[in-house]
Design a protein around this ligand. Structure first.
Ligand SMILES: [Zn+2]
Length: 386
């Protein structure tokens, strides 16, 4: 994705250097979407699983998707090579090393237990492998994390309740529940029951959900999309929306999301690869920022969409010609949107300001740094006052 963009930034190289150096939090990352073709084939060989694609190169060529469903078909095929705890560990550890090299200091990671339990892999195998890698990442890379258990939208509400029940012995490893997979034809009402259960004792999970990713297509009208976004907020009572780029279609929705500071975890490369947006230069991220929405940059399924979190920062800065102040705002948003306690959010936003200060050259850039610094203090102070 980055190779298609100009290599120099109109405001100067320091903007790109800042994008690389700034500490980031990533909240929209499917761990199964970090399976690079090389690892898929290594695991397939190790486990004696036949893949339907003959070579790594063929698999890379298959990454040219027409829509979300085409991607999901390949994604589920690649997941079939994950069988043992060590496989889940290797996948998660590879992500942590890569993300950490791009200064992702905290990650709130989705995993899809049903993709694996449906194939006969035990829930305990999945979560133990992933959790072990995350603990190692904290110890060895200083990278903190949280786990978000996702239910698959294309499966039934009853299936999601069974999965929730299976998670009970491991609830201390899980921070929140989410919803992903096929958006069209799977309205939020299907999952109201499981979200009600997940929010209550004994789980006490926090709630997020994918929605507002794809634009209108056939029977999936603008009205349905906006209606589903409202229902996601009202029925599922989510505290964060994953994607949500279609919210720009409704001034009422924008007003609600910005007044309540409900974060939208946006994934620019993913939106281009899955054709929700034609090209990165047309991405609505800046428009969303200007509308007052709390948006952050995330990588979604980086092995499939052309780059990790830091790559998305660079791509957006280049394609939308965003300056240092905008990029600092986005990095600060990533921390404000996280599940971390307010004191930690305030401190991390302070770190963003500190790095931005090192790179700021113009008056406009310095005033951007000041705004981020003030926000960090305000969020930290609210925590202390409470
Ligand atoms: Zn996603």
């Amino acid at each position: 994705m980055l190779s298609a963009l100009p290599h120099s930034h109109p405001h100067g190289q320091h903007v790109l250097d800042f994008c690389r150096d700034v500490p980031k939090s990533e909240m929209h990352l499917h761990i199964e979407g970090t399976l690079e073709p090389e690892l898929v084939f290594e695991l397939a060989k190790r486990n004696g699983v036949a893949t339907h694609l003959p070579t790594v190169e063929d698999m890379k060529r298959a990454l040219d998707f027409k829509n979300l469903q085409q991607f999901l078909d390949l994604y589920y095929a690649a997941c079939s090579c994950l069988l043992h705890e060590q496989d889940f560990f290797d996948m998660t550890w590879a992500y942590c090393v890569k993300a950490s090299s791009q200064n992702v200091r905290h990650a709130e990671i989705f995993f899809d237990p049903q993709t694996h339990t449906e194939r006969g892999v035990a829930f305990s195998v999945v979560i133990t492998g992933i959790s072990r890698a995350l603990e190692q990442a904290k110890r060895e890379l200083g990278m903190t994390s949280a786990l978000i258990m996702c239910f698959l939208k294309h499966l039934s509400g009853d299936d999601s309740i069974r999965t929730l029940e299976e998670s009970l012995p491991f609830k201390d490893h899980i921070t929140a529940v989410g919803l992903d997979s096929t958006e069209i034809g799977n309205p939020p009402s299907k999952f109201k029951a499981v979200y009600d259960l997940a929010r209550a004792e004994p789980y006490n999970y926090r709630c997020v959900s994918h929605c507002g990713e794809e634009g209108p297509r056939g029977d999936y009208t603008e009205e349905t999309i906006i209606g589903d976004m409202w229902k996601t907020l009202e029925l599922l009572k989510v505290e964060r929306i994953d994607h949500g780029i279609q919210s720009l279609r409704s001034p009422e929705l924008i007003k609600h999301l910005s007044e309540k500071r409900i974060p939208l975890t946006v994934c620019p490369f993913s939106n281009v690869r899955l054709r929700a947006v034609d090209k990165l230069e047309d991405h609505p991220l800046k428009k969303m920022m200007d509308s007052g929405l709390l948006v952050s940059i995330n990588s979604d399924d980086p092995a499939y969409f052309g780059g990790y979190c830091g790559d998305n920062y660079l791509g957006v800065a280049l394609a939308l010609q965003l300056g240092l102040a905008d990029m600092a705002e986005l990095a600060a948003n990533s921390w404000e949107s996280s599940f971390l306690p307010a004191v930690a959010k305030g401190a991390r936003i302070g770190d963003v300001a500190q790095v931005a200060e090192r790179y700021a050259k113009t008056e406009e850039e310095r005033s951007g740094v000041e705004k981020v610094l003030e926000r960090g203090k305000r969020i930290g102070a609210v925590a202390i006052a409470n």
